[in-house]
Ligand binder design. Structure first.
Ligand SMILES: O=C(O)C1=N[C@H](C(=O)O)C[C@H](O)C1
Length: 289
């Protein structure tokens, strides 16, 4: 199981490859997991936003976790696996969290409950219940997608729950993490790729970023330089990545990411499930590998 100390470095929220018939493509998935794990990244996240969680069934998530574990063991890799189990229903979140624990996940990623607009007390209870299962919980705050923004005071309370080991911060600004770090918070990973360098300077422990799937060593180098105290070098390495990151998210993710992974030959097809659509020809023309 993951510890707070292991929440650092580059975590890859993995895509879910589909065949052209929209079925799971486990063979591409296993190849992709192997490439990511061999690159030296610090962790993998299955069924995050990048994994198209809204259109992947729980039964499919279980197949993905089993396939990833099998691949990692075949290459003697100890890269930890985090599984997205958060929904906007506390009971189903708890049930999924129990199932992820039974599958041997190292931690779970639980998003702030979206759509039903709970009170802050309700959100606190949601995370408390998820953490009570006994597998480490990483909180995922992404207001632009959930439609709710947890106050800084409430996030401090949520972070103090036993079993919560850190926060993936996709709030699109530095206010939350600046205050949490000031109070000596549990580790925070940047979940908003363009902010990676800025968040490192404010005390982030690393990043959980979809863009790091493409040539992960570029992001690892930024992190390693920064961690070694070579901040200017890290900045000089990160700045040229920004146009690539912006293009990657210009259209709904992970369309462009899947296109690039297919182009690199890591997965067989860039297929998505509706309502997500393939990357446009205009965007494809903008990004040369
Ligand atoms: O897969 C995720 O989870 C990620 N979420 C962020 C988002 O959805 O905007 C971006 C991050 O790169 C990965």
């Amino acid at each position: 199981m993951l510890t707070e100390q292991q929440i650092k470095g580059i975590y890859i929220p993995v895509i879910t490859p589909f065949t052209d018939d929209h079925e799971l493509d486990l063979s591409s998935f296993q190849n992709y997991i192997k490439v990511m794990a061999n690159s030296g990244i610090h962790g993998l996240v299955i069924n995050g936003t990048t994994g198209e969680s809204p259109t992947v069934t729980w039964d499919e998530v279980e197949q993905l976790v089993k396939a990833a574990k099998e691949t990692l063991s075949s290459i003697n890799s100890s890269v930890p696996i985090m599984v997205g189990t958060g929904t906007n229903d506390t009971a189903s979140t708890v049930a999924r969290t129990k199932k992820a624990a039974a599958l041997g996940a190292d931690a779970v990623l639980v998003v702030t409950p979206y759509y039903n607009r709970p009170t802050e007390e309700g959100i606190y209870e949601h995370f408390r219940m998820a953490a009570s299962v006994g597998i480490p919980v990483m909180v995922y705050e992404i207001p632009a997608r959930t439609g709710v923004r947890v106050s800084i005071e409430m996030m401090k309370k949520i972070m103090s729950i036993d079993g919560v080991i850190g926060l993936k911060d996709s709030t699109n600004n530095l206010d939350l993490m600046t205050e949490l770090v000031r109070c000596g918070s549990k580790p925070i990973l940047c979940g908003d790729d363009t902010f990676f360098y800025d968040m490192l300077t404010k005390g982030a422990a690393g990043g959980m970023m979809a863009s790091a799937s493409i040539n992960p060593e570029r992001f690892l180098e930024v992190y390693n330089r920064f961690a070694a105290g070579e901040k200017e070098e890290a900045y000089q390495l990160f700045t040229p990545l920004l146009p690539f990151i912006k293009n990657l998210f210009e259209e709904p993710a992970p369309a462009m990411l899947k296109h690039l992974l297919a182009k690199q030959g890591i997965i067989a097809s860039a297929q998505l499930r509706l309502p997500l659509m393939p990357a446009s020809e205009q965007l494809i023309a903008k990004i040369a590998l």
